[in-house]
Design a protein around this ligand. Structure first.
Ligand code: 1Q0
Length: 215
């Protein structure tokens, strides 16, 4: 890979979430969902090893989904909608406790889905932040309003400590590789509705099938 290809561009990453949504029926496409997350992880890795406990878990979950997409049931995992129908229909989801199917697609996506809420809140806070805003505070607030509710104390502690290592707001805007601060704010304003749409559709799908508390 060349240096140019490795360079992170938030515009590109967020466009994966736009590509996620199939036009006609609003299905959420797994391949694009995964590629959005891969881009975010690439970015997180560039922030330093302090976040490796986060990226390890996210990579693990992405690999579970990639394996489904390479398996003989790959077509069933084309979209989140087809995955839910298939796994529930074939009894492939542990509903009450992790047992025969500890790594179902449904429970794996649920973890990423909860993390997507954090991303949505964090980027929205960055978009509307002011020059003196601290990224660690924005990140902690977004985390406390989302993922933290699902994490045990020890992970909450590790996560909040690691947020202090986040770069300052200006550096953050720079590494997004979008342009000036005004450009970033405009790009986020344009792209975030797609992320929100992916989040809302997944949330409704999971709520409809009572999958929001999968162990
Ligand atoms: C940039 C800062 C990154 C901050 C990430 C915030 C999330 C912290 C979460 C810490 C959790 C890590 C450890 C493992 C948790 C698991 O127990 C938990 C549940 O899974 P399981 O199998 O035990 O039931 N896993 C999760 O909750 C999934 C967590 C995935 C987090 C993925 C975060 C990916 C973040 C990417 C960086 C995006 C930066 C966006 C800003 C771009 C601006 C240029």
């Amino acid at each position: 890979m060349t240096a140019v290809e490795e360079k992170f561009s938030l515009t590109e990453v967020l466009s994966s979430f736009k590509a996620c949504l199939e036009k006609e029926n609003q299905d959420v496409l797994v391949d694009h969902y995964i590629s959005g997350w891969n881009g975010l992880i690439r970015f997180m890795n560039s922030l330093g090893t302090i976040f490796s406990f986060v990226s390890k878990d996210a990579i693990n979950k992405i690999q579970i989904m990639e394996a489904f997409r390479k398996s003989s049931s790959r077509d069933q995992y084309r979209s989140l909608q087809s995955m839910v129908a298939y796994e529930l229909g074939a009894n492939l989801v542990d509903l009450n406790r992790r047992a025969e199917h500890p790594n179902s697609g449904c429970r794996t996506i649920l973890r990423l889905h909860r993390a997507l809420r954090w991303l949505q809140l964090f980027l929205e806070k960055l978009r509307t932040s002011t020059e003196d805003s601290k990224t660690s505070v924005l990140c902690t607030d977004a985390y406390n309003d989302s993922l933290a509710n699902y994490h045990p104390w020890i992970i909450r502690k590790a996560a909040t400590v690691s947020f202090y290592a986040l770069p300052a707001r200006n550096t953050f805007f720079e590494v997004m590789n979008v342009g000036s601060i005004e450009d970033v704010v405009a790009m986020l304003g344009e792209a975030m509705p797609y992320v929100s749409q992916v989040y809302d559709i997944t949330q409704q799908l999971y709520a409809r099938h009572n999958l929001l508390d999968l162990p």
